[in-house]
Structures are given as structure tokens and as C-alpha cells.
Write a protein of this length. Structure first.
Length: 160
């Protein structure tokens, strides 16, 4: 298992993994991933098993304690010196789930955010995943203002 930073060379595989992990209405597009990789590649981690990308985590840095829908679509909202590391997606190919890969990525992102002096990490998730993120120390702040993909999301925040 190896964790590394993503680059534009990974764009096709990232887009493929996203399409397998999220419904079309919720999935980021190839163009959105390309913009993210150009603007904040240092906040885009990949996990490889036997030289194959099987999972990733990514998100902008912001001064806001919640994720707004515009953030998913506009990589220019990234603020490198911001207080909060967001998590836009934690994607693992279905055949590699329940083996701890996602936890390794989340812990790596949390560790980097701490080293970078952030106040913490923020994400949105569906109700069924609240308990998963609570294992990392995230707290549930209720239903999010996000309506991304026409789904009910919950604001989660981990404060350092």
C-alpha cells in the first residue's frame, strides 16, 4: 500500500473511480477533477495497491467551517492558507472496500492538516456514514445547507 499526491496523469483513473463510487448527480466530472488537480494537487491523495490506484481523498482548504455546493464546482475557491481542510470525496473502488484503505487516506489527510497548522477538517456525508466519520473524531452538526446531487447531507467537523 502506498499513499501519494495525485497529478494530472491520474485524471482518467480518478474519474473512473468517482463514477463507480457515486451516482451521476453526485459525482464530480472529469473537468472538475482536472481543475482540482491544477489548483490543489497537494490536497489530493491517492492510495495504490500493487501500483494500481484504488482509492483517493481530496478537498480544498478554506476559512469556512462548512462545505458550500459552489466549492465542489469551483476549485478557485481554494485558499492555501485557510483554516479548514475539506473532504470533497473519499472514494474506494467497491472491490477494495472494508479493508481499511479509506481509513488510511483519512488519517493521512488529517495528519497533513495538523502539520499544516489547520484548525481541523470538514466534510459532508449521508446519514448512513455519520458513525463512520465519528470514528475519526468528527462531530455531527446536523443537516447541511448543501443540496449537492439532490441528497440530504450532514455537516461533520473535526477540530484539532
Amino acid at each position: 500500500m502506498k499513499i501519494r499526491k495525485a497529478s494530472l496523469e491520474d485524471l482518467e483513473m480518478i474519474t473512473l473511480i468517482e463514477a463507480r463510487c457515486f451516482p451521476e448527480a453526485e459525482a464530480a466530472t472529469k473537468e472538475e477533477f482536472e481543475a482540482r488537480l491544477k489548483v490543489f494537487p497537494e490536497h489530493f491523495l491517492l492510495l495504490e495497491e500493487e501500483d494500481q490506484v484504488i482509492a483517493f481523498i481530496n478537498g480544498i482548504v478554506t476559512d469556512e467551517k462548512v462545505i458550500r455546493d459552489e466549492m465542489y464546482e469551483d476549485a478557485a475557491l481554494h485558499k492555501e492558507d485557510g483554516d479548514w481542510q475539506t473532504v470533497f470525496g473519499l472514494d474506494t473502488l467497491p472491490e477494495y472496500r472494508r479493508k481499511g484503505y479509506a481509513a488510511h487516506l483519512m488519517n493521512a489527510l488529517i495528519d497533513e492538516a495538523k502539520i499544516q497548522g489547520r484548525k481541523g477538517c470538514v466534510l459532508t456525508c449521508k446519514e448512513k456514514l455519520i458513525h463512520y466519520y465519528e470514528k475519526f473524531g468528527y462531530k455531527n452538526y446536523g443537516v447541511s445547507g448543501s443540496t449537492h446531487g439532490g441528497v440530504v447531507w450532514y455537516d461533520m467537523r473535526l477540530e484539532f
